[in-house]
Design a protein around this ligand. Structure first.
Ligand SMILES: *Cc1c(COP(=O)(O)O)cnc(C)c1O
Length: 405
């Protein structure tokens, strides 16, 4: 794009209903958010266990500032790897039941670091069509050949694996898909990886803390272990803080420590964040009511979603998509809910494939059953009939925009 095109390109986004604008939230995260002096009942965040504003991690961070200050000062390989980072990595490995863990600044950076460490030119990445943008970008960055398979389609994946004569192969998948909330068939994917000698990189951004015994994640949920698995957990979602980690066999992690450029060439995360994460893991393990309560909310929301006329089906995770198709319709629904004091984000391409714009309802242990009930009672008054008749489904230019998936 040339400088002279910027204004016109922004205008195109706007006309296609694809312009994004941010809301400025006052105060802490939680089921109620303050924006422009109004309070909204919010179903926006990935703070699935309600830990983003929990006092224990906040206190741990304050205490750690006393001991470590705020900044790490250097990359981990130089002098930024502190005692508290070391403790966090040991704790994360134990938590997910894998031999060793490596702490990354973010999930995005973990994926960008891990994939190019393991594969390169001459190799192949097999990537689910609905994988998170960070896995897609990581696959591209690796310079391996990228082979996209239809969403959760194990047979299509097997065909591609069988036909591949690449040197090394890597299957990359979200464990819980971030915009649909459905679970990848991990046992079958692992079986294929074993049969065709491939790595399995599992991005558990939305399963860590939520699924499996004590919230230990998707591998525990499915009862999987394998030396081929590289597990990626993120710590800004259910863990309520910030950051991410990769976990695997010790020698695999050692290789990633030596090779991941997003680990080597970036400042280590502030030590108080690592301290907050240790406290957050304590809370996940001790306040088990959070997961039980979340599970009850998921069940209720799933039932209510299935009663609404929409594409897609309810999910077993905290993410319940209400797929409406059209970008403008999704935005209109979001706006109408806002008029009722409820905030559910409209998700449009390129975050989701063209023609599958949706409201992404995400639940948190901070919500009450009454909160969920209020959301669905309001949705029932808005959808499908009143909104669809006022705003007929269009197949406008917005739906044809090819996003950077
Ligand atoms: C959020 C998310 C990431 C990125 O994690 P951050 O720590 O927020 O950078 C990676 N993968 C998936 C599936 C995600 O949903």
């Amino acid at each position: 794009m040339r400088r002279s095109e910027v204004r016109e390109r922004l205008r195109e986004l706007e006309l296609a209903g694809l312009l994004r604008s941010r809301q400025c939230v006052e105060g802490p995260q939680g089921p109620r958010l303050q924006v422009d002096g109004r309070t909204f009942l919010a179903f926006c965040s990935n703070d699935y266990l309600g830990l983003a504003n929990h006092p224990a991690p906040a206190r741990a961070a304050r205490d750690a500032i006393e001991r470590f200050g705020i900044g790490a000062g250097a990359s981990a390989h130089i002098s930024g790897h502190t005692r508290v980072h070391e403790e966090l990595e040991e704790r994360l490995a134990r938590f997910v039941g894998l031999p060793r863990a490596l702490h990354f600044s973010t999930g995005y950076m973990a994926n960008l670091g891990v994939l190019p460490s393991l594969i390169g030119p001459g190799d192949a990445v097999f990537s689910d069509r609905l994988n998170h943008a960070s896995l897609i970008d990581a696959a591209r960055l690796s310079r391996a050949e990228v082979l996209v398979y239809p969403h959760c389609d194990v047979e299509a994946l097997e065909l591609r694996l069988r036909q591949s004569d690449h040197r090394a192969k890597l299957v990359a998948t979200d464990a819980v898909f971030s915009m649909d909330g459905d679970l990848a068939p991990l046992p079958k994917l692992l079986e294929l990886c074993e049969r065709y000698d491939a790595w399995l990189v599992v991005d558990d951004a939305h399963g860590f803390g939520v699924l499996g015994h004590n919230g230990t994640g998707s591998l525990a949920h499915w009862g999987l272990r394998s030396p081929r698995i590289v597990y990626i957990g993120t710590l800004g979602k259910a863990a309520g803080v910030f950051g991410a980690f990769a976990a695997a066999d010790a020698e695999v992690i050692e290789w990633i420590v030596q090779r991941a450029r997003t680990y080597m060439f970036t400042t280590a995360t502030p030590p108080p964040l690592a301290a907050a994460l240790l406290a957050a893991l304590d809370v996940i393990e001790s306040e088990t009511w959070r997961r039980t309560h979340l599970a009850a909310l998921i069940e209720r929301a799933g039932t209510r979603v299935s009663q609404l006329k929409c594409l897609g089906s309810p999910s077993a995770s905290a993410i319940q998509p209400l797929i409406v198709g059209d970008n403008t319709l999704a935005l209109t629904l979001m706006e109408r809910l806002r008029q009722h004091g409820i905030w559910v984000p409209a998700i449009r391409p390129p975050t989701v494939p063209a023609g599958t714009a949706r409201l992404r309802i995400s639940l948190s242990a901070g919500h009450t059953q009454e909160d969920v009930e209020r959301l669905f009672q309001t949705l029932e008054t808005l959808y499908p009939k009143p909104v669809e008749s006022t705003f007929p489904r269009q197949s406008g230019a917005g739906n044809e925009v090819e996003g950077p998936r």
